[in-house]
Design a protein around this ligand. Structure first.
Ligand code: NAD
Ligand code: UDP
Length: 321
C-alpha cells in the first residue's frame, strides 16, 4: 500500500521535528516545511538521508505549492516563545492568519485533513481554573502577547469556518506548556532559561514573586495526543497537556535540585499580561482519545537535562536577545 503523505509546517522547530520523527517511524511520507526563523535544520538533519522525507525551505505565509497528493497537513509553524513573538510580532500574526489560510486552501485542493497547533494562550490570563475547552478566554488583544494569542484565536476561527463552509476535515489541538529535547536553549521559555542559567553558573531568574503557575507536559506525551486527535473524528478543540500544576518558584527549586547548581534564585519584573495560573482540564482527551500523559515531570526533566548537558559549549553561551 502507498505511504500516507503528510505536510508538517514548522518542521525544523521543537515540536515539528518530533512530529516528523513520529510520522517517519509510523512509515509516512513526510514533507517538512520551515523558513527557519526560530527553528534549526539540526533538529531534522538526521532525516535528510531518508527517501520518505522531503524538506521545503519556505515561508508558509506566502503561497504554498506542494507537488503530489497530501492526506494530512499539520500547521505548526509559528514563533512560540514570548521573547520570539515579541521580537517578530508581524510575522507571528501573519503565520497565524495568512499561513493557515494557505494551508486550508492547499487542503481544499488536495482533499487533506488539517490539524492546527493552537495553544492554552487562547485562554489568556484565565478566570476559569482549570481551563476547559468551553472557556472563551481573557485575552488583551493589544497587550504584548496579543500578537500571538489573537493570531491563534483567528487561526481557530478560520479553521472552523473552512470546516463548516467548505467541509474540510479539521482538528484543533490546544497545547499547554510542553518541554523536551530540541527546545532552543536561548528561546526565553522558562525551562531552557533555568537549565541554561544552571549550566552557565548563573542565578535563576524568576519573574514576579514566582507564585504564577504552569503545568508542563513532556513532548512524547504531547505527540501521542496529537496523533490520536488526528485520527479521531472530533473537529472541536481538544486540550492536550499535563495537569500536574506547579508554581514557577517551586519549578526553579526543582531545577536547582536536578542540576545540582549552587546558584540561587533572583527575582525580576513580571512581564505584562503574564498569566497567573494555567492548568489543562483534560477530560475530553481522556474520553475521546483515551489519552493521558504518561511521563511525570521528574522523568521528563531528567531526559531534557541530559540533552542540554550534552550540547556543545558555544550553544550554551550563544546570545540571541
Ligand atoms: P519553535 O519555535 O521551536 O518551532 C516553530 C517553527 O516554525 C520554527 O522551526 C520556525 O522556524 C517555523 N516558522 C515560524 N514561522 C514560519 C513561517 N512563516 N513559515 C515557515 N516556518 C515558520 O516552537 P515550538 O515550541 O515547536 O512550537 C510549534 C507550534 O506549537 C507553534 O505553532 C506554537 O504556537 C505551538 N505551541 C507550542 C507550545 C509549546 O509549549 N511548545 C505550546 C502551545 C502551542
Ligand atoms: N519565567 C521566569 N523566568 C524566566 C522565564 C520565564 O520566571 O527566565 C516565567 C514567566 O514569567 C511565566 C512562566 O515562567 O510566568 C512560563 O514562561 P514561558 O515563557 O516558559 O511560557 P508562557 O508564559 O508562555 O507559559
Amino acid at each position: 500500500m502507498a505511504r500516507k503523505r503528510i505536510l508538517i509546517t514548522g518542521a525544523a522547530g521543537f515540536l515539528g521535528s518530533h512530529l516528523c520523527d513520529r510520522f517517519i517511524a509510523d512509515d509516512y511520507h513526510v514533507i517538512g516545511m520551515d523558513n527557519l526563523i526560530t527553528g534549526s535544520l539540526e533538529n531534522i538533519e538526521h532525516l535528510f538521508k531518508l527517501e520518505n522525507f522531503e524538506f521545503y525551505h519556505h515561508d508558509v505565509s506566502k503561497f504554498i505549492h506542494v507537488a503530489g497528493e497530501l492526506d494530512y497537513i499539520l500547521h505548526f509553524a509559528s514563533p512560540a516563545s514570548p521573547i520570539d513573538y515579541l521580537k517578530i510580532p508581524i510575522q507571528t500574526l501573519k503565520v497565524g492568519s495568512l499561513g493557515i489560510h494557505n494551508c486550508l486552501g492547499l487542503a481544499r485542493v488536495k482533499k487533506a485533513r488539517v490539524l492546527i497547533a493552537s495553544t492554552s494562550e487562547v485562554y489568556g490570563d484565565p478566570e476559569v481554573h482549570p481551563q476547559t475547552e468551553e472557556y472563551w478566554g481573557n485575552v488583551n488583544p493589544i497587550g504584548p502577547r496579543g500578537v500571538y494569542d489573537e493570531a491563534k484565536r483567528f487561526q481557530e476561527a478560520i479553521t472552523m469556518a473552512y470546516h463548516t463552509f467548505h467541509g474540510i476535515e479539521t482538528r484543533i489541538v490546544r497545547i499547554f506548556n510542553t518541554y523536551g529535547p530540541r527546545m532552543r536553549l536561548n528561546d526565553g521559555r522558562v525551562l531552557p532559561a533555568f537549565i541554561g542559567q544552571a549550566l552557565r553558573g548563573e542565578d535563576l531568574t524568576v519573574f514576579g514573586d514566582g507564585s504564577q503557575t504552569r503545568s508542563f507536559c513532556y513532548v512524547d506525551d504531547l505527540v501521542e495526543g496529537i496523533v490520536r486527535l488526528l485520527h479521531s473524528d472530533y473537529a472541536q478543540p481538544v486540550n492536550i497537556g499535563n495537569p500536574d500544576e506547579i508554581t514557577i518558584g517551586e519549578f526553579a527549586e526543582e531545577i536547582i535540585q536536578l542540576t545540582g547548581t549552587t546558584q540561587k534564585v533572583i527575582y525580576k519584573e513580571l512581564p505584562v499580561n503574564d498569566p497567573k495560573q494555567r492548568q489543562p482540564e483534560i477530560s475530553k482527551a481522556k474520553e475521546l482519545l483515551n489519552w493521558s500523559p504518561k511521563i511525570d515531570r521528574s522523568e521528563g526533566l531528567k531526559r531534557t537535562y541530559e540533552y542540554f548537558k550534552n550540547l556543545p559549549e558555544e550553544k550554551l553561551y550563544k546570545k540571541e536577545h
